[in-house]
Design a binder for this molecule. Structure first.
Ligand code: HEM
Length: 174
């Protein structure tokens, strides 16, 4: 039998998923035009045959709630970032971030129902997201990621996304 690069198909022409057929871009999509990840890698199984979402694999709501809670504990103490958050109570902001990340990674789609399309770049426009603000944001997020103690692969996947997302949201100079 000769090897070809063509997608194998069943008798009725349906493509047979290949173990190596899923481009990495589908696993970690980044919408470069808008500077934000476009879709949720967890919304549909990215790898044929693997149906568990990233959200489920890392422990579901409990993990995301803890991640974001630890992150906001850092924000609450941050002299540069805390004044950027308009509300006196950080609780509602914590909830929005939790809903967003849960949805992004394949969990409940409550964010969409309550807030609509994320449009994160637009939603950050009222705030001066400088490189310095980004670095402090990432500092607190790093502590939060460490606190949830994921497996090395899950941790690397999540961190890679958060770093890229934070870099893509910078909208002004220092
Ligand atoms: C780069 C540094 C960043 C800074 C300084 C920053 C700052 C802020 C501020 C001040 C708010 C308003 C708080 C609120 O009322 O919800 C906000 C909202 C939000 N941020 Fe960020 N952010 C940063 C990066 C990110 C990243 C990387 C993500 C996603 C991975 C993100 C996701 C969100 C979400 C989901 C909201 C709520 C949007 C809404 O529904 O209104 N932020 N951010």
């Amino acid at each position: 039998m000769t090897e070809t690069n063509q997608t194998p198909t069943a008798e009725d022409g349906t493509p047979i998923p290949s173990r190596f057929g899923t481009p990495l871009a589908r696993l970690i999509p980044v919408d470069q035009g808008k500077g934000m990840p476009a879709g949720s890698p967890g919304a549909a199984p990215a790898v044929p045959g693997i149906t568990e979402t990233f959200y489920d694999a890392v422990g579901g709501h409990e993990t995301f709630a803890k991640l974001v809670h630890v992150f906001y504990q850092g924000i609450a103490e941050d002299e540069i970032l805390r004044p950027m958050y308009p509300d006196e109570d950080l609780g509602p902001a914590e909830r929005r971030m939790t809903m967003f990340l849960e949805q992004y990674w394949g969990g409940p789609r409550t964010y969409l129902e309550e807030r609509g399309h994320p449009r994160l770049r637009m939603r950050h426009m009222p705030f001066a997201v400088t490189p310095a603000a980004r670095d402090r944001w990432l500092l607190h997020m790093r502590a939060a990621v460490d606190a949830v103690e994921l497996s090395p692969l899950h941790e690397a996947t999540l961190w890679d996304y958060l770093e890229r997302a934070a870099h893509s949201l910078v909208n002004s100079g220092d």
